[in-house]
Ligand binder design. Sequence first.
Ligand SMILES: [Zn+2]
Ligand SMILES: [Zn+2]
Length: 355
Amino acid sequence: MSKFEVTVLGASGGPDVGETQCFLIRPFGWHGLESVCVDGGAGTTQISRMLAGELRVGLIESFYERDYEPVNQFFDSDVQVRPGLSDSTLHALDSSPRITSYRSAKVYESIKGYYVTHPHLDHIAAMVVDSPLIFNSPKPMAKTIWGLPFTTSAIERFIFNDSIWPNLIHGGGQRLKTESLTDQIATTNPTFTHIEITPFRVSHGKGAYSPREKIFSTVYLFRDITTDHCIIICGDMEPDSDEPLLSNLCSYLAARVPLHKIKAIIVECSSPIDTKELYGHMSPTRLVEELSHLQNVYGCEQRPDMDVIITHVKGHCSFKDPRLVILNEVRQEAQRFGLEGIRFSVAVKGYTFYL
Ligand SMILES: [Zn+2]
Ligand SMILES: [Zn+2]
């Protein structure tokens, strides 16, 4: 039985402007239109496209070997995933006029806030550019940008500062606000009061100009407190180097959540195995090593039964779709490491996973 609906508004790791990481999340079967997002790299444009039914049935845009590839290449045969917004969202829109811009605005209105993993542009661009809609709507609407302090302070200082973008946070009468979270401290979402969300700081490499500067990102744990079912959604990240961040996350999980309750991990894997410089990101080998570490922390008496959904693949000039190259490499590495009980798929924009 699914516990969460995760609609992929964007899953690219660049350079696809407007199609970068954003996941719209709701408890499974939620009756209203409400949602929260993890990251905001994509937004209303993608929502409108989904409502207009722009997706080709059974085919996924690729623009490599062929311009469209069969959908089954991207998903494990047992994962529950369908094109478009979730059935419950479409049901909640039933009484709205069948005008795409109107319905899209209703879905946007109902995004209660964004849990941002880190303030890089590919994770916030559409959230920022869509933000004036908060003030144009006839219906009063408010949104919160949640994040660890390094994220919320950068968004306030460097984005909504009247120079890069109008300061809608301090000049917007509380309709757009930031709220800082604390590392490893769970908070209940104000809309979905049975969902607890915990942020974990992780490493995302070093500064390009000043390599001594550490760059951080966030992993979010969503837990249904009535059933203990969880999904984990990762921002950009790399394995631990000088601080035990991912390993603390594994210990935290092992101490609090039975392994079979983790329904899915949505995790970045930006580049294929043969990439020389990863710039603070994961590769198929690194990813499988981390999954293997998680399994080891739990011990062999607990077996996973989860979907791992790969996101943030970087587009580049190549013959084969890098998402399919990486998915294939991850599956091979998982076999080499003897990982069992994990189904691997790729996050594809315009599709909803039922997890
Ligand atoms: Zn990124
Ligand atoms: Zn980043």
